[in-house]
Write a protein that binds this ligand. Sequence first.
Ligand code: SAM
Length: 216
Amino acid sequence: MRLRNIPRADGVIDAHRTVIKKPEEQKGNWNHVFGNEKPIQIEIGMGKGQFILNMAKAHPEINFIGIERYSSVLLRALEKYDTEEFETLENIRFICMDAREIENVFALSEVDKIFLNFSDPWPKARHAKRRLTSTEFLARYEKVLVESGKVEFKTDNTELFNFSLEQVKEAGWALIAYTYDLHHQEEMNEGNIMTEYEQKFSEKGNPINKLIAQRK
Ligand code: SAM
């Protein structure tokens, strides 16, 4: 994703009611942040927020948290939230952080599901540990997910997808379902909400891969 430094991003983020500024202070307390006991699902690397905002709109029975590393990108999601379509949503919050810190922000069993969409591929082998589906990250997810907690991962990058299938196995997680062509796999595609990247790459004709894995 091309990044521009947007000077006003930090000001907008600080003032926005949906952004949790010191997320580590809410560890073990996320139900109180939302004021209810609904399950919490998070998207790591949400980009401009199209997926998670539409998920929050479609699923009022679930609380959503969008995590994004860059303030200039989070700003775009907040601008989308501030439109007529999404501004009344009460079941969504945002955090600006690196997902490597996830264990400091959520306690064990606080997260029901993790969505990873079109995660950065980090193609060099020496950067494999940075991939959000590496065994290193799966171990971090195990420390925050509920016992039956799942990761759902979509990408058009077949190399990253095959790597992820292997990592799921290596980590001892259960592979619940997978497809190399989500949009033509009726069962897995039901209720699918497209991300910005998914829309862009499927319009170019790239098939979309998806896996669902359950923690050990
Ligand atoms: N999920 C969106 C989509 O499918 O349209 C955006 C995909 S974009 C390729 C990946 C996003 O993940 C970028 O916005 C990037 O800043 C974010 N990201 C990558 N690594 C991250 C990390 N460790 N923690 C938080 N965000 C991360």
